[in-house]
Design a protein around this ligand. Structure first.
Ligand code: ADP
Ligand code: MG
Length: 622
């Protein structure tokens, strides 16, 4: 028997793990099962490629057994196993590069160090969170001698010869106070299912089943040992794409999401190269329910080597892709990767970037079939728009994916199609924002554009305006809101300008009546059938946006006033010019403003006064 000391760093590391991961102590089981699975992977590989291993039996399994009286928990695998040298080098030291790097970065500051832990594997040592004594009995495949490694995790360990029937490793934990709870069938089952469901080898749980037989005094409890496979043992996403059918994907999707429908899109990607990872993404047919809540649940689960890590990370994909369900399984991340680390981890960053690219490509492919694409867009268009606003890097691609209503016809258009239809003189893309498609289609602001046969996009989604004004441009083309006073400048002809000057005195009179209800009164060039319309000044938020901000509880918005534009060629305006009755002039001017507001969908401030004015005029007319 040999007694050896842990390297001092190992002792430090042990203390650190025990303290910083204490609240997640159940992960020790995940770590031990994953070690068993790694050892099975290694043996399988050797039996496939190495001559001297070809005769070795590969009967992969992991067994978990507990004894609630003796307070022990045993995890056993039929994998590669370890000999004496392995035990010293791999368990008793920190020769492994990951741990070495970890220890080198330790600062001695407890808090900073516990954060560090998430970047590296904690592995085998985590068993000391729940055990005060651990024994490993291992026999390496191809060797006769088995070895025992024992330690209480307090500074030294012992190694001696031992016996084991066949190759593999058994780890027996003598549970401490905190570990008592791991001698319970249901508890163990749920931890195994949670973290290790997709480990590719079967995990068997041994337990005692008890039942009662007989009646009255003869009634007695009969205990029987049982073994049950707990995990599903198949990570569908790890299987080759060629062997998977639509139906397999669909079943997997449905068991993962509880969705009764099949997914709209399925994307399976197995990346090999500098980084090795698998992603399997689904787009549901319908928007998941909580998606517009601030505390939505992420639909993507992270695995490391088939071991479940988290389904609670919003870092896996950018927030605008939160309608995507699925999994990411990395071969390169450490098992213990923490939430804070995920945010800045370069491996995660590459996976995320590549995943977003793949998804965008898939959406673009879908868009080749406009009819199908509009179904997708109806569900998720709003999130694409959110992406336009928040995901600067992917903005250009997203701009190709959004669709808008248009004055051209009753369907939707892409910006590319709009651009293609633009006349030679048209230098910008025009859009009109508002609440309802119907009132947009009838807006007086469109009149001049209709006359000049210029297409205008109709943006009736409340997010549109914020998004589009943030985006500003499609390729080289400026996106111009025709709700703004300056948008019509380009449309002006010399005649228009002359007409403008002529009605200057009238404008001054109207302005005097309306006072500070408006920012300005102007002659308009954009109107043909309507007497007037409302616009906003250059950079001011539109009238609808102001209403939106108010409805969101932003009361501190400065009260931004609209500009009233009047049509110099309209009969009403001509008549108004000649009107001498001051009372009637005032009532008419106010009515002009009020009708323009009504058309913008703005709530009437004082309906009683409005009706009164209307009646005054009605009275005259009748
Ligand atoms: P990691 O798994 O990240 O390498 P661990 O602390 O979990 O770190 O394990 C350390 C090393 O001990 C492993 O790399 C492996 O070589 C060895 N080991 C641990 N458990 C087993 C096992 N069940 N069978 C064979 N080798 C094992
Ligand atoms: Mg490990």
């Amino acid at each position: 028997m040999t007694k050896r000391k842990f390297e001092t760093e190992v002792s430090d590391l042990l203390q650190l793990i025990i303290h910083s991961l204490y609240s997640h102590k159940e992960i020790f089981l995940r770590e031990l099962i994953s070690n068993g699975s790694d050892a099975l992977d290694k043996l399988r590989h050797l039996t496939l490629v190495e001559e001297e291993y070809k005769s070795i039996e590969f009967a992969p399994r992991i067994d978990i057994d507990f004894d609630s009286v003796a307070r022990t928990l045993t995890i056993s695998d039929s994998g590669l196993g370890m000999n004496q040298e392995d035990l010293v080098e791999q368990i008793g030291t920190i020769a492994r590069s990951g741990t070495r790097k970890f220890v080198e970065q330790l600062t001695g500051d407890k808090k900073a160090d516990s954060n560090l832990i998430g970047q590296f594997g904690v592995g085998f040592y985590s068993s000391f969170m729940v055990a005060n004594f651990v024994e490993i009995i291992s026999r390496k495949a191809g060797e006769e001698q088995a070895w025992s490694w024992r330690s209480n995790g307090q500074g030294d360990y012992e190694i001696s010869e031992a016996e084991r029937d066949s190759h593999g490793t058994t780890i027996e934990l003598r549970l401490n106070e905190a570990g008592q709870e791991y001698t319970n069938r249901w508890g163990l089952e749920s931890i195994i299912k949670k973290y290790s469901n997709h480990i590719s080898y079967p995990i068997f749980l041994h337990f005692e089943d008890s039942r009662f037989e007989g009646e009255g005094d003869d009634r007695k409890e009969i205990k029987e040992p049982k073994i049950e496979q707990v995990n599903e043992a198949s990570a569908l996403w790890k299987r080759s794409k060629r062997e998977l059918k639509d139906e397999d994907y669909q079943k997997f999707y449905q068991s993962m999401t509880n969705d009764s429908q099949a997914p709209m899109l399925t994307l399976h990607n197995q990346a090999e190269g500098t980084l090795e990872y698998t992603t399997l993404f689904f787009v549901p047919k319908e928007t998941p329910a909580d998606i517009f809540h601030a505390n939505y649940r992420s639909g993507v689960k992270l695995y490391v080597k088939r071991v479940f890590i988290t389904d609670d990370s919003k870092e896996l994909l950018p927030p605008w892709l939160r309608f995507v369900r699925g999994i990411i399984d990395s071969e390169d991340l450490p098992l213990n990767v923490s939430r804070e680390i995920l945010q800045q981890n370069p491996i995660m960053e590459s996976i995320r970037t590549a995943s977003v690219k793949k998804l965008l490509e898939e959406f673009a492919r879908l868009a080749e079939d406009e009819e199908k694409y509009l179904v997708f867009h109806a569900e998720f268009g709003r999130l694409l728009k959110e992406g336009l606003y928040t995901d600067y890097v992917n903005r250009d691609k997203l701009l190709e994916l959004v669709r808008y209503k248009t004055t051209r016809d009753e369907t939707f258009t892409s910006l590319a199609a709009y651009q293609e239809r633009m006349g030679e003189d048209q230098k910008v893309i025009y859009y009109l924002t508002g609440e309802k498609e119907q009132s947009l289609r009838q807006s007086p602001l469109l009149e001049a554009y209709r006359e000049k046969k210029i297409e205008v996009l109709l943006l009736d989604d409340e997010v549109d305006e914020i998004v589009i004004s943030a985006v500003g441009k499609y390729k080289e083309l400026e996106l111009v809101s025709i709700n703004r006073s300056d948008a019509a400048e380009g449309l002006k002809t010399e005649d228009d300008k002359a007409a403008e000057r002529e009605i200057d005195p009238l404008i001054a009179r109207i302005k005097e009546v309306l006072g500070d209800q408006v920012k300005e009164v102007k002659a308009s060039t954009r109107l043909s059938d309507s007497p007037c319309c409302l616009v906003v000044d250059g950079k001011d938020p539109s009238i609808q946006m102001q209403a939106l901000f108010k409805s969101m509880g932003q009361d501190d918005m400065p009260n931004i006033k609209p500009i009233l534009e009047v049509n110099p060629n309209h009969e009403i305006i001509h008549k108004l010019e000649k009107l001498e009755d001051e009372t009637l002039f005032a009532a008419s001017s106010r009515l002009l403003l009020e009708q323009a507001m009504l058309l913008e969908g703005v709530e009437m401030q004082n309906p009683a006064e409005f009706v009164q004015r209307l009646n005054t005029i009605l009275n005259r007319a009748l």
